[in-house]
Design a protein around this ligand. Structure first.
Ligand code: PPE
Length: 314
């Protein structure tokens, strides 16, 4: 069960957690009309810091633009500020922040343009997404029998609720068959992404990831890892990856806000590389976790300190 907190931000005001309710005829509930983000806040030595806040808010506005959910009624700077205030209001440091904007109660029927847009921001403590041991030991995954949403059906660059019905089919199938996660192929048969993660492959010292054209979400962690890999002297090639390349790769890992950098140790019960976290994955993961947890200099300016006075003093 989710660990509740005290307050949730709604359209500019804080309300009690238990009062954040919607009518059963809310448009989003029937038709999936909801754009959202998942953002992590980390406890660092200098206080709580939110990872790539502005980039997440930018993606949320992009998602709402794609679905003609405009204007949202608040600027990106206002939503970013509301995210910071939601964490402070709940006196949390390490937590997961979930801003969501959706078409609310009004008309019933597919066309949503007249329905009001409601924005909520909640946060709560959320531990390791793929299990406590996953970051070190790696996870066992399968190729999903479900194809990822095709580019001319649902736009994958938008992070919207509807896309997660496809993700849920992948995740339920994987879980019920004893795997931690499923990876989908795109409509052309190439590797797309996990139900809630992007994927990276390492072969012969070279790092690869599927391009965004494979219906993969433009992950903020994906982008961070591409830049961290560059800092470490690697270049990441974005190219189409056939399924069998996963089986014979030296290393594989997932990236995501919730999953962070999680090694994959097997695919379809085929052991990958040394069968646990590989050396390049370990370097990238250490660098990523070092930066987000404030132990390594924030050279890209990715962290937003919650407490501005502390930031000024730092
Ligand atoms: N692909 C998908 C489909 C996806 O949902 C995520 C995030 C990613 C890639 C990675 O994107 P980013 O977080 O920007 O690096 N998945 C979120 C959902 C988790 C959930 O179960 O809810 C997340 O990691 O927050």
């Amino acid at each position: 069960m989710i660990q509740t907190t005290e307050k949730i931000w709604h359209n500019g005001k804080f309300i009690a957690w238990g009062d954040a309710k919607v009518h059963v005829l809310t448009h989003a509930l029937h038709y999936g009309t909801s754009v959202f983000e998942g953002i992590r806040c980390y406890a660092t030595a200098r206080g709580a810091a939110i990872f790539r806040l502005d980039d997440h808010i930018r993606r949320m506005f992009d998602s709402s633009k794609i679905y003609r959910m405009e204007p949202l009624g608040f600027s990106p700077a206002q939503i970013a500020d509301a995210c910071r205030r939601t964490v402070s209001e709940n006196r949390l440091s390490a937590c997961y922040i979930r801003p969501v904007a959706f078409r609310g109660y009004g008309e019933v029927g597919v066309l949503s343009l007249a329905n009001p847009i409601e924005i909520y921001i909640a946060c709560w403590e959320w531990g390791k997404y793929l299990g406590a041991e996953a970051l070190k030991q790696g996870v066992d995954v399968c190729i999903s029998s479900w194809t990822r949403i095709a580019p001319n059906t649902l736009p994958a660059m938008a992070k919207v609720a509807a896309n997660y019905m496809n993700s849920q089919l992948m995740k339920m199938e994987a879980t019920l068959n004893g795997y931690t996660e499923g990876i989908a192929l795109d409509a052309s048969g190439y590797i797309s992404e996990g139900s809630g993660e992007n994927i990276f492959l390492i072969d012969d010292g070279q790092i690869y990831t599927p391009p965004l054209g494979t219906s993969a979400l433009p992950g903020i962690t994906r982008d961070s890892v591409i830049r961290i890999a560059g800092d470490l002297g690697y270049t990441v090639k974005e190219q189409a990856i056939p399924r069998e390349w996963l089986y014979i790769a030296d290393e594989l890992f997932f990236t995501g806000t919730a999953a962070e950098v999680t090694p994959i140790r097997s695919v379809d019960r085929i052991s990958i590389g040394i069968g646990k976290r590989g050396p390049i994955t370990e370097r990238i993961q250490a660098e990523f976790l070092g930066i987000v947890e404030g132990r390594i200099a924030d050279r890209h300016g990715w962290l937003t300190a919650l407490d501005a006075s502390r930031r000024a003093a730092a």
